[in-house]
Write a new protein. Structure first.
Length: 95
């Protein structure tokens, strides 16, 4: 089945690297996993959905999801599966 690819706004929220700044409560903020300061924490964030490992860094680096994307913009791939702990906060951000 073919479907048209929707053109997304060039915002950070529509990037592959965007990640919610909180998985425990609704938030309009996120972090950029392309930021090299998050590199040591990527396995814990992505594999275990654990943001506690870099709480202070997230507080310092978080931003509003609708921020204009930087030059490293790459559009979010559609059809990516997230585990429930990540999917729910992302869905809340969309509503």
């Amino acid at each position: 089945m073919e479907y048209e690819k929707e053109e997304l706004e060039r915002t950070c929220f529509n990037r592959n690297y965007f990640f919610p700044a909180s998985l425990d409560e609704p938030t309009e903020c996120g972090i950029c996993l392309n930021d090299e300061e998050f590199e040591p924490f990527l396995d814990e964030i992505l594999d275990n959905s654990n943001l506690d490992c870099c709480h202070d860094l997230i507080k310092r680096k978080k931003f509003i999801k609708d921020r204009e994307a930087c030059s490293d913009y790459s559009e979010m791939e559609q059809g990516i599966e997230f585990d429930e702990k990540i999917r729910e906060p992302l869905e809340k951000m969309l509503s």
